[in-house]
Design a protein around this ligand. Sequence first.
Ligand code: GUN
Length: 294
Amino acid sequence: MAYQLIDGKATATAIKAEIAEAVRLLVAGGGKQPHLAAVLVGHDGGSETYVRNKVIACEQCGFKSTLIRFEADVTEAELLACVDKLNRDEDVDGFIVQLPLPVHIDEQKVIMAIDYRKDVDGFHPVNVGRMAIGLPCFISATPLGILTLLNHYHIATSGKKCVVLGRSNIVGKPMAQLMMQKHYGDATVTVCHSHSANLKEECRQADIIIAAIGKPDFVTADMVKDGAVVIDVGTTRVADATRKSGFRLNGDVKFDEVAPKCSFITPVPGGVGPMTICSLMKNTLAAGRHEYYQ
Ligand code: GUN
């Protein structure tokens, strides 16, 4: 079957151009330039890359950005003090604390300390709860990016069977919630995870598979029905001596054998990744405009 590749990079570029135009109009009308702050703890290679790309995206969108760095031995109290300062900084419209945090810091405590009105990651329980009952809120960037991609490619989801692989707070859980909701996916959703007994059978029945389990090449051709839509959220770093960096990003889907069975599939890299950052930019614009909260 001839499959169509879902180009997340091009879609994100187009949406960032729309955001930049909206910012231009906002500022021309006397409004304030949206300002995103990012807090980065330690020197995790993946986190460094993500945060760098977020700062670049801010420039592309015409936002102001501030990067705040701490060494990995920062205390929880110091980090909470930084969150408190950003909560009170009137120039900062939204901010994120890049995860994961070092093990000596309680991640949930840090997330809870963020003012939900500035929580452009959509991780605070107020935003998670509002999302779950369909109220306006900041929606977690990766699930929002996937919904945007499905929409952009006119992929029908209403009434379809969707299998979400993975149950993380950042992707699996919000993705399943949104795919189920009438005004978003409107699909019949099954969540599978590391302890699901019949994961392969569930996948074989799916019209849409969203793989977010962080296991490279986990989804194989025998798990995918002909004509399925496959969204790959995986970005595991695997050693690759042919690359200058020494590694490559590997998705959760065994692309070469799965793609021929699909109607649509996302590549890694260039699929979901760029859309995640683009969604963060959308949320930052919404924060700057006070779209959800005063
Ligand atoms: N770590 C992995 N994904 C994300 C994200 O979307 N936001 C933050 N803050 N940390 C992450």
